[in-house]
Design a protein around this ligand. Structure first.
Ligand SMILES: CC(C)(COP(=O)(O)OP(=O)(O)OC[C@H]1O[C@@H](n2cnc3c(N)ncnc32)[C@H](O)[C@@H]1OP(=O)(O)O)[C@@H](O)C(=O)NCCC(=O)NCCS
Length: 242
């Protein structure tokens, strides 16, 4: 309809992460980012480089600007914020063993989280469960069949962290004060200052080894899950959208 605001659009991309930083991906980073990565152990540097390169390439592609013009600032809590020609855009990144994810949108806040399904996850999930889950969530996880317990916990956890990262407070807010449940678009409860009613949750199909979720501060946003933009010098994208 004429005069109506366009429907907000969020682009999400995921990429597989290798054991060491990929120099072809590192080429998309700024000199400061490359220096930062050089000071990290490979196990930390590889996901950092993959996520930053994916973020810069995705922003450039979606906003239609040259890669070299993508500038990133950081807010006082540590959340990245596109700057310069991309001011007014929002983004978030997450990286874990084997996978990185980014979300970008114009004029809409976004948060993303991915986690690896670890071999010892069930034991760890039982240990951390009471401290991070809202009572209703803990009941859901406790009541899950053995094989479903860890996937249920990780679904809840990634949804919760995506929301807290979208807001920008991260884990400075007690996670157990936020009740997202294991599925569905709405946040069931959260401190009112986080304005949970504005947010919508989307589960990301991240493959058998990972769980992932996206939070968007717009209930009517269209979510566009994309293949990672190609890395020059590499034949095929090293991962894919889901
Ligand atoms: C942000 C936080 C949730 C990250 O959790 P994690 O599971 O370890 O890591 P993820 O891979 O999912 O996310 C990492 C990314 O989150 C982003 N991030 C950092 N702080 C963030 C925040 N407050 N909100 C949203 N995103 C944030 C960063 O871009 C980071 O990636 P980078 O270091 O490569 O740039 C967690 O570290 C946290 O809440 N910290 C508390 C915030 C804090 O202490 N800030 C210090 C300044 S007040």
């Amino acid at each position: 309809m004429p005069g109506e605001a366009p429907q907000p659009r969020v682009v999400v991309a995921l990429v597989a992460v290798g054991a060491a930083p990929d120099p072809r991906e590192a080429a998309a980073l700024t000199a400061a980012e490359r220096r930062h990565a050089d000071g990290l152990r490979d196990v930390v540097a590889a996901p950092f480089v993959a996520a930053r390169a994916l973020l810069r390439r995705t922003l450039a592609e979606v906003a239609g600007v040259p890669l070299a013009t993508v500038r990133l600032g950081v807010d006082p809590h540590g959340k990245l914020a596109p700057a310069g020609p991309l001011s007014g855009w929002h983004c978030n990144v997450s990286h874990t063993d084997g996978l990185a994810a980014v979300a970008v949108a114009r004029g809409v806040r976004v948060g993303v989280d991915v986690e690896r399904v670890a071999d010892d996850g069930d034991r760890r999930c039982r240990r951390v469960l009471p401290s991070v889950l809202a009572p209703g969530e803990a009941t859901t996880v406790d009541g899950a069949a053995d094989a479903d317990r860890l996937p249920t916990f990780l679904a809840i956890w990634t949804r919760k962290e995506a929301f807290l990262k979208g807001v920008g407070c991260g884990l400075t807010v007690e996670p157990r004060l936020v009740d997202v449940g294991p599925s569905g678009p709405r946040i069931r409860a959260a401190p009112h200052e986080l304005e949970p009613e504005r947010w919508c949750l989307h589960d990301l199909a991240a493959g058998p080894s990972h769980a992932g979720a996206l939070a968007v501060a717009a209930p009517d946003a269209v979510v566009d899950r994309r293949p990672a933009p190609p890395v020059p010098g590499r034949g095929l994208p090293p991962g894919g959208a889901t």
